[in-house]
Design a protein around this ligand. Structure first.
Ligand code: IPM
Ligand code: MG
Length: 357
């Protein structure tokens, strides 16, 4: 008998719950005939945490997450909590830090079906398949001192040797399983933390002789993502720069509403979340793109539970809706969240009965 996997569900704000519902229905459909059993544990978090438990990250949510096999999170935040003493985003940074999730993996892959939707010309975007490895628990997001006063403000960009070393190993190891190329992004013509980042990257790189390295300043990298995205494999990047460039990278797939992410630490559960925000402007209209959350569920099945077969079923369903243009308005379609989700579920049922592999 296989053990029941515990999945903590942080349902998110605005479009968060809409796409979480979609992701969970696809999870249900894809696992129905499989020997994979799971238990969903709902916990308050983000704006929902403030509303239900008075804080964006209640202690009970940290405790239950630490005990889980995986944490599934949807987009959080929004104007409702702009003036809250602790904003939802604070909860997000804290859960990353408290679970020690130092590496955030954000894939950018443009499939044949997506090429038409890309804002880039096909010849630029063809064969794009790279992964951003974003440092997630240090850098400008966490450095101290940090101060906001009437006439001055301070943020601190800090990195320790240990923090840079572990993210480099993460990225180089990933490159060994892929096309064996690493791109180091920094601003080492100006910033001390970036000089440090690049030096350690090359030192660590020596223990991965099969992996080639190139270096980019972050400003030049924003251009290269547009002009030669297919040349990248694994991109290792500090926290703040990674936040910015991962949105740019996502957009070349045609919509950020498709992109999942995974945050990993040295031990403990991984956290899975779409990379986009809670889109208050379209919340409640039933038109949020469910694909990011569905891809997030597939990533969880593959990476935390090694359920590649179930994950493949789900990604095949995603390819199917994109190829047939059964998509929401952000991808140029006219379908609702529920309609797209239903198409994916129908496909999964058909896929199973035809036993397509
Ligand atoms: C992301 C988001 C978060 C970040 C925000 C919501 C705090 O933009 O996950 O990319 O900046 O890390
Ligand atoms: Mg971001």
């Amino acid at each position: 008998m296989t053990s029941v996997k515990k999945i903590v569900v942080l349902k998110g704000d605005y479009i968060g719950p809409e796409i979480m519902t979609a992701g969970l229905s696809v999870l249900d459909a894809a696992t129905r005939n499989e020997a994979f059993s799971y238990e969903l544990i709902d916990a308050p978090f983000g704006g929902d945490g403030i509303d239900r438990a008075g804080d964006p990250l209640p202690q009970s949510t940290i405790d239950v997450s630490k005990q889980a096999d995986a944490v599934l999170l949807s987009a959080i935040g929004g104007p409702k909590w702009d003036n809250a003493p602790r904003r939802p985003e604070q909860g997000l940074l804290e859960i990353r830090s408290k679970l020690n999730l130092f590496a955030n993996i954000r894939p950018t892959k443009v499939t044949q079906a997506q090429i038409d939707r890309s804002p880039l010309k096909p010849e630029y975007v063809e064969n794009t398949d790279f992964v951003i490895v974003r440092e997630l628990t240090s850098g400008a997001y966490f450095g101290k001192p940090r101060k906001l006063e009437a006439h001055q403000a301070i943020d601190t960009m800090y990195y320790s040797e240990e923090e840079v070393t572990r993210i480099m190993h993460q990225g180089f190891k990933m490159a060994q399983r892929r096309r064996k190329h690493v791109t180091i992004v920094d601003k080492s013509n100006v910033l001390a933390t970036s000089k440090f980042w690049r030096r350690i990257a090359h030192e660590i790189g020596e223990s991965y002789p099969d992996v080639t390295i190139d270096d980019y300043y972050v400003d030049a990298m924003t251009m290269a993502i547009m002009t030669k995205p297919a040349t990248f494999d694994v991109v290792i990047i500090p926290n703040l720069f990674g936040d910015i460039l991962s949105d740019e990278a996502a957009q070349i797939t045609g919509s950020i509403g498709q992109i999942p992410s995974m945050s990993v630490g040295e031990s403990g559960p991984n956290l899975y979340e779409p990379i986009h925000g809670s889109a208050p402007d379209i919340a409640g209209q039933g038109i949020a793109n469910p694909i990011s959350m569905v891809n997030t569920v597939a990533m969880m099945l593959s990476e935390s539970f090694d359920e590649k077969k179930i994950a493949n079923k789900i990604t095949a369903a995603v390819d199917y809706v994109i190829e047939n243009h059964y998509v929401t308005p952000d991808m140029g379609g006219t379908m609702t969240t529920d309609e797209v989700t239903q198409k994916m579920i129908d496909y999964i049922k058909k896929y199973e009965s035809a036993d397509i592999k």
